[in-house]
Design a protein around this ligand. Structure first.
Ligand SMILES: [Ca+2]
Length: 311
């Protein structure tokens, strides 16, 4: 069990990941960021979901816009409120600052805290820019984001870019090229771990069943699939079942401009090049293969255990 700061633009698949994390890890805090929803809505969503699922973790308010790009509209497939418009939300959107919480926590517990980032990487980039001394003190940063083209999984916003990275490519490039110890869980693997709508019902989790409805309707209409990819949940699966993932190692960057904006790239060229954008960058790990059955099995067992105990 690890001590986590859970960084999220909380929409539907984030909520599944949070439920999974709450049953398998120690949650130090939830830091919110713009993305699936505006950051104020993310604060409200995190509080509402924690109340409904009896999760005890403080919520912090993070960045409201990308580092360099103009803000773009939130995603709509998670419903207007990001959680399927299933509940009225009485909570305030005010909360203490996420970036200082991240910095202070890592300084207070060096080498103990794992960051899980399942939204745009703006809070993480801001934290390491403001306090570079925390970089070697982070135990690990697990990112759901990016796409490297395995089996055609190259993007879900554009043919090149995955949503979290596309929303703030400059932040993602700074984070991936930093000396943080990173594991990237990209679309290459998240698209291989699917859950059907009947299976979601069988979890017997009424809150999850309620928030997922518009998301499933969108998936059925757009992709003809009555279910969803678990996406953000795979970042938690890495913590629970690392043996289920096949990793590649090497330096990573993000394209920040042009038609491929938001594309995650890894060094694959064996030729010597004159200008090398990967020069002197640390190796990062990226998951390009997954044992989907193993991940699904642990997720189902954990979430369908009504005692709420930690398996
Ligand atoms: Ca997310």
């Amino acid at each position: 069990m690890r001590t986590l700061i859970f960084d999220t633009d909380i929409g539907v698949d984030d909520a599944f990941a949070l439920a999974y994390a709450a049953r398998t890890q120690r949650l130090l805090g939830i830091t919110t960021v713009f993305g699936n929803v505006a950051v104020g809505q993310a604060v409200k969503n995190a509080r509402l979901f924690c109340e409904k699922m009896k999760i005890d973790a403080p919520v912090y308010r993070g960045c409201s816009r990308p580092l360099a790009l103009a803000p773009s509209a939130p995603a709509k497939l998670h419903g207007e409120d990001g959680l399927g418009d299933a509940f009225t939300n009485p909570y305030s959107d005010r909360a203490p600052g996420a970036v200082s919480f991240i910095i202070d926590s890592i300084r207070a517990q060096p080498h103990e805290i794992t960051l899980v980032a399942i939204g745009p990487l703006t809070n993480i980039a801001s934290a390491i820019n403001q306090a570079p001394d925390i970089i070697p003190l982070v135990k690990e940063l697990v990112i759901m984001g990016g796409a490297f083209g395995t089996d055609g999984h190259s993007g879900n916003v554009t043919p090149f870019a995955e949503f979290n990275i596309w929303k703030d490519p400059h932040a993602a490039d700074q984070v991936l090229s930093s000396a943080l110890r990173v594991v990237v869980v990209p679309l290459d693997v998240t698209h291989k771990v699917l859950i059907g709508s009947k299976e979601i019902q069988q979890l017997n989790q009424p809150v999850l069943s309620a928030i997922v409805r518009p998301y499933l309707a969108y998936s059925l209409q757009k992709e003809g699939f009555d279910g969803m990819a678990l996406h953000d949940t795979l970042a938690i699966a890495w913590l629970c079942q690392p043996q289920a993932f096949q990793l590649m190692q090497g330096p990573l960057r993000v394209i920040t401009e042009g038609i491929a904006r938001g594309q995650t790239v890894r060094k694959i060229s064996a030729l010597a090049s004159r200008d090398d954008p990967f020069r002197d960058l640390p190796d990062q790990r990226v998951a390009l293969g997954v044992d989907a059955a193993q991940v699904r099995d642990h997720f189902f067992r954990t979430l369908s255990d009504q005692s709420g105990s930690r398996p």
